[in-house]
Write a protein that binds this ligand. Structure first.
Ligand code: ZN
Length: 241
């Protein structure tokens, strides 16, 4: 049974639609969302509606909490903060209430999976997991075999053996019976690993794969310009940085 995990859509409807189309072509229906529906991009309401229609579980990210007034705007850099203020002006009251209901952590015990947006350790503090030493700490803060994260917008699969050895891979990895995994699925709406294509993960019992999907970047950039969103946020989509 295949399922997919997507994250960091950031109001980029064109990217989200392309990923969902790719999933339809692969006949994958079970989709989990690891947070940051909004922020940065031009279509927050449309993205929340579509995510709610298509995903089985929806988590909150720091930008969702920023828009919902649960994370202080000072947490964000200038352009991110500007985009959050813009989002607050165009988002519906109903969608703000919906963002407030998204959890920051979710476990599927039967499937042996944990979802968070940032890190299993203090998920509401929005830490980043960047090094093996960060991973080592975080493996102690969830009990399931797999833990899916987003937040950094850089996909990576981290494997830990029972004796504490780490391996990382950015494309594909087989799932071994005794090992545990932290999987950053990358970002649908604003990749930052130098590849501008949308990123997400598909998983079955034996392996996890990071998938990249092209989308109409210029269409999103045009909508961002029309909305008056900050130029650096528009330009970075072309480079995936
Ligand atoms: Zn994000």
């Amino acid at each position: 049974m295949f399922y997919a995990v997507i994250s960091d859509v950031h109001s980029n409807l064109k990217a989200l639609e392309s990923v969902l189309k790719d999933l339809k072509n692969r006949n994958i229906q079970d989709i989990y969302f690891s947070g940051d529906a909004v922020g940065y991009g031009p279509e927050p309401n449309e993205c929340i509606d579509l995510l709610r229609a298509e995903c089985k579980v929806l988590l909150a990210g720091n930008h969702d909490w920023g828009v919902a007034g649960l994370t202080d705007i000072d947490f964000f850099n200038k352009n991110a903060g500007t985009a959050i203020e813009w989002t607050k002006k165009v988002i519906s009251e109903e969608n703000i209430e919906i963002l407030r209901t998204f959890p920051v952590r979710f476990e599927l015990k039967k499937e042996d999976i944990t979802f968070v947006h940032s890190t299993p350790y203090e998920p509401e503090q929005w830490h980043y997991l960047q090094k093996f030493s960060d991973a080592e700490i975080n493996f102690q803060y969830f009990e399931t075999k797999l833990c899916f994260i987003g937040h950094s917008h850089r996909p990576v699969i981290i494997e830990r053996s029972p004796s504490g050895e780490f391996i990382a891979n950015i494309n594909i990895m087989s799932i071994k019976p005794d090992n545990r995994y932290i999987i950053n699925v990358g970002s649908v709406g604003q990749p930052r690993d130098g590849d501008p294509r949308a990123s997400y993960a598909i998983i079955d019992k034996e392996r996890v794969e990071i998938v990249r999907v092209s989308y109409d970047i210029e269409a999103t950039q045009k909508k961002m310009s029309q909305a008056g969103l900050p130029l650096p946020l528009i330009q970075r989509l072309s480079f995936g940085m």
